[in-house]
Design a protein around this ligand. Structure first.
Ligand SMILES: C[S@@+](CC[C@H](N)C(=O)[O-])C[C@H]1O[C@@H](n2cnc3c(N)ncnc32)[C@H](O)[C@@H]1O
Length: 301
């Protein structure tokens, strides 16, 4: 099979890269049931997407078993708590959540009064979430502005059109996104975030270590094994085909090169910090992923 990824490809929440947003929300629903998180919107959002297996996993009708290992559930808890903490600590009134997927932060965090949260993702994704959460009677906890755009296109124009002001400091997140962008698009994204950032801006993202020789093949094999398990339960995410592999810059040093002061913690460290056990089976080397926060100083940028 040839790669389903190509320039200009599109998706909804049940297909291609969009399904990874539904998978992420499904793990948050399980982590919420396990009291590791409190994301009350994860389960109803997954249910609304309508992929039977993911709905059953999100509601608990299907036990996570082998399909969703402990690493994925604890990993979701760590990741969500890291980004929640990032935004609350940043305390900035202008927030941009890039590739927001089924993230419900604009509806569940206690944002400071006057905060404007821009949520950017493909039109099919942001429109679905807006419609579904409105149908559930959910109210945003900040002023939420939706930006329906593709990060491979001229998204800054769409962001500005929604009211974004580059002269004000911004808290940016790119969560669970970078591997779904071609390497040069990742660099371009970080360049553009920097260009749009006033001094005092903050950014949070993941920084994967450069793979050791042969590691990408092992990652693909692991993703294929996970996809095979899902496939045998009638859902075919074909995860190895959705990511872009090959050489790419590590996000953290790249941000440093752009003038950001960056601090980070590995998943291994964050698990320990949150009192969660170390990852036992970690074929994807998730424990080595670093969640990083950057601050743009007054003289840089
Ligand atoms: C793994 S999901 C993560 C979603 C969300 N950040 C979370 O952590 O739950 C990847 C998200 O990236 C979005 N995405 C990937 N490539 C994109 C692009 N070129 N433009 C806009 N969104 C993109 C997908 O639509 C999807 O919502």
């Amino acid at each position: 099979m040839t790669s389903p990824r190509r320039d200009g490809d599109t998706w909804d929440l049940a297909s291609s890269v969009g399904a990874t947003a539904t998978l992420a929300a499904m793990t948050r629903a399980i982590a919420t049931r396990d009291a590791l998180l409190a994301d009350p919107f994860a389960e109803p959002l997954v249910r609304a997407v309508g992929i039977d297996l993911l709905t059953r996993l999100a509601t608990g009708d299907e036990p996570p078993g082998e399909l969703v290992g402990r690493a994925a559930i604890d990993g979701a808890a760590v990741r969500t708590r890291f980004y929640d903490g990032f935004f609350l600590d940043a305390g900035l009134a202008q927030v941009v959540i890039l590739a927001s997927g089924l993230d419900s932060r604009a509806y569940r965090l206690r944002w400071p009064a006057g905060t404007v949260v821009y949520e950017l993702d493909r039109p099919e994704v942001v429109e679905f979430k807006t419609r579904t959460l409105a149908g559930l009677g959910a109210e945003p906890t900040a002023e939420r502005r939706v930006v329906a755009a593709d990060l491979r296109d001229d998204w800054p124009t769409s962001l500005r059109a929604a009211g974004f002001d580059p002269a004000r400091p911004t808290a940016w997140s790119a969560e669970g996104l970078l591997g779904y962008l071609p390497p040069e698009a990742q660099d371009r994204l970080l360049d553009t975030i920097t260009e749009l950032s006033a001094p005092g801006s903050r950014v949070a993202t993941e920084s994967r270590p450069t793979p050791r020789p042969g590691e990408e093949d092992r990652t693909k094999q692991s993703l294929n094994r996970i996809s095979e398990l899902f496939r045998s339960a009638n859902f075919d995410p074909d995860m190895a085909k959705l990511r872009y592999f090959g050489e790419r810059n590590e996000a953290a040093p790249y941000l440093v090169g752009l003038g950001w002061e960056v601090a980070g913690r590995t998943v291994r460290e964050l698990l320990a910090e949150y009192g969660l056990p170390p990852l036992e089976q970690d074929a994807l080397r998730m424990a080595d992923v670093r969640y990083v926060r950057g601050t743009l100083g007054v003289t840089a940028g």
